[in-house]
Design a protein around this ligand. Structure first.
Ligand SMILES: NC(=O)c1ccc[n+]([C@@H]2O[C@H](COP(=O)([O-])OP(=O)(O)OC[C@H]3O[C@@H](n4cnc5c(N)ncnc54)[C@H](O)[C@@H]3O)[C@@H](O)[C@H]2O)c1
Length: 366
């Protein structure tokens, strides 16, 4: 048994959402051991959170943590960044500059300038940068990608990606809502928070990224300072066309991510709320319902019929990241990273510009 990779975490203290998901995912396959953290902006809360989790080392500040861990023989080799978006860049730069691999949550950053800072740091670092667009690590999404790649739908014609949530339909106040509706901390609204997931998912499955968008971003809740609904039309260089709708004011919807793709020889239909099934309809034939029994990527831990989902998808990313850190570059082609993050930032910028110009077509620049 190989020793677990020592892991650190920035963010994810008491009351936080995604940090706990990363911790479960990181330990699911025994490949990582969380040993250090700068878990909160508040030093006392950081220390209390670290103690509750049994961490060996707690830091008040992530820059101090990066320096100290890089100087220890038993220091962390990777760090998970699970803070609000505006802190992704300063934290990622600190750890990349210290030679520590970064596992950062999406979106890449709050601003294009911050995204560039991460790209520059990654370019000069010996360490790698991973971005946790977790949905692309689900087994049936990986199978969908394989079907497209082997010609199972022919040439791509139409793409429809949706990510519908309703939890921000009102003037919600909570730890998670407060920073997401603050432009300084979030950067963008729904387009950054969930639109980038839909964008990355569509690109992952189809192997194509739109070259131009025409979009309308809206803020439906009075007083809200970020977008909470985005509708975008997409043009692909291949001639394919698409649509992306991401909303956090779709009343009653919980976490409704879905993707439909149509080609010259067939179609695929996948939904997160039925994540273990993929509908493949070859032209002129009845639909085929594929389950994990047909997944060829082996991205699961239990036999088909024993439901797996969100946490396991995250763990699939961590398993691949561990393999890469240990020197096996095989999983790199399916692991989301800097290019996905820059592409998502390009989508946000192009859609914002398009919306400001009343839906004009705007080229997407990564
Ligand atoms: N991949 C996904 O499915 C997914 C889901 C949810 C959130 N996210 C992303 O994860 C990130 C966090 O989202 P969340 O919902 O968990 O937010 P959250 O508000 O629940 O947690 C943020 C954490 O960061 C901490 N923090 C703030 N400033 C800090 C600092 N200076 N140093 C250390 N810690 C600090 C907070 O104390 C808190 O513990 C966001 O970038 C979000 O977009 C991704």
């Amino acid at each position: 048994m190989t020793a677990p990779i020592p892991l650190g975490m920035v963010g994810g203290g008491e009351g936080a959402f995604i940090g706990a998901v990363h911790r479960i995912a990181a330990r699911m396959d025994g490949q990582f051991r969380l040993v250090a953290g700068a878990l909160s902006s508040d030093a006392d809360r950081a220390a209390a959170s670290a103690q509750a989790l049994g961490l060996d080392r707690s830091y008040d500040d992530f820059r101090q943590m990066a320096r100290a861990e890089a100087g220890r023989p038993d220091g962390i080799r990777a760090v998970s960044i699970v803070t609000p978006n505006h802190l992704h860049a300063p934290a990622a730069v600190a750890f990349l500059d210290a030679g520590i691999h970064v596992i950062c949550d999406k979106p890449l950053a709050a601003t294009p300038d911050q995204a560039r800072q991460i790209a520059d740091a990654a370019a000069r670092s010996t360490a790698r940068f991973f971005l946790t667009h977790n949905y692309c690590a689900l087994p049936m999404v990986r199978e969908a990608r394989a079907i497209v790649a082997e010609g199972g739908i022919g040439d791509l014609r139409l793409v429809q990606a949706e990510y519908l949530q309703g939890w921000l339909s009102g003037d919600v106040r909570s730890k998670q809502a407060d920073w997401r509706t603050d432009p300084a901390q979030a950067g963008a609204g729904a387009i950054g928070d969930i639109g980038t997931h839909a964008w990355q998912l569509a690109a992952f499955v189809t192997g194509q990224t739109p070259v131009a968008v025409s979009a309308e971003l809206s803020s439906m809740v009075p007083g809200r300072r970020v977008d909470d609904d985005v509708r975008a039309s997409l043009r692909y260089a291949s001639g394919a066309r698409g649509g992306l709708w991401a909303s956090q004011v779709a009343t009653g919807r919980e976490n409704g991510l879905s993707l439909r793709v149509f080609g010259t020889a067939g179609a695929l239909d996948w939904r997160l709320d039925d994540a273990e099934r993929l509908l493949h309809t070859p032209t002129g034939q009845p639909p085929r319902i594929l389950t994990r029994a047909q997944d060829r990527s082996g991205s699961f831990r239990t036999p088909p019929g024993h439901p797996e989902g969100y946490l396991e998808g995250f763990a699939n990313l961590y398993a691949d990241i561990a393999a890469v850190i240990r020197g096996d570059n095989g999983p790199l082609s399916r692991l989301p990273g800097l290019a996905d993050g820059l592409s998502g930032m390009g989508f946000i910028a192009a859609a914002q510009e398009s919306s400001a110009r009343d839906g004009a077509w705007v080229e997407v620049r990564p």
